[in-house]
Design a protein around this ligand. Structure first.
Ligand code: IMP
Length: 188
């Protein structure tokens, strides 16, 4: 049976470190919304943030709703709106709610800048973003997440929900993918 481990160049965050990140982010988010009288809605951006969201949300003791979206984004470096494809949309109205978007990684910044603009347009009282990972060197549009688990260098990472070609999501850690994996398959 093919083993994914052979494609991992380096482990960046093991399960203990991921747990520490989730503890810290959950405490920050809980502090922000503890005394807010509004509805709190977490939006889990599929599929990459599924493990992260599960671990994070189970550490937050506040009453909230959990929704799912699946989106993708494309466009030129200068475009911050438009070109957001919604593959799975919310099942509820977010008007007047406090919304927290949970994402796996911010890369160019396009997806989250467009998604937060969309949710604000839909009338949310506030929209904040929490990302497990951030690659600031790769940014093409101005975007800062409100809660960041860890900044990482410009490398392609997999595991703990993050994929390459829909594989590697179930690795129990975040690791750097060996570049030979994608250079080989890109050439084929
Ligand atoms: P952005 O719109 O360029 O910020 O893209 C964010 C999306 O690109 C993430 O939600 C991921 O799906 C994907 N992505 C960016 N970098 C990586 C990576 O290193 N590993 C896996 N997916 C990535």
């Amino acid at each position: 049976m093919y083993c994914m481990e052979q494609d991992v160049e380096q482990i960046l965050f093991d399960k203990n470190e991921l747990n520490e990140i989730c503890d810290r982010l959950a405490a920050q988010i809980t502090e922000t919304y503890r005394d807010s009288g509004r509805e709190l809605v977490f939006i889990v951006v599929l599929k990459g943030s599924m493990f992260f969201a599960s671990d994070l949300l189970s550490r937050i003791p506040l009453a909230c709703e959990i929704e799912f979206m699946k989106v993708s984004s494309y466009g030129s470096a200068t475009e911050t709106s438009g070109n957001l494809q919604i593959h799975l949309d919310l099942k509820r109205d977010v008007r007047d709610a406090d919304v927290v978007v949970l994402e796996d990684i911010v890369d160019s910044g396009r997806t989250l800048s467009k998604l937060t603009a969309l949710l604000s347009d839909r009338g949310a009282n506030s929209v904040r973003c929490c990302t497990l990972l951030d690659k600031p060197e790769r940014r093409q549009v101005a975007f800062d997440a409100d809660y960041v688990g860890a900044e990482i260098p410009d490398a392609f990472v997999i595991g703990y929900g993050l994929d390459y070609a829909e594989t590697y999501r179930n690795l129990p850690y975040v690791g750097i993918l060996k570049p030979t994996v994608y250079t080989t398959s890109d050439e084929s």
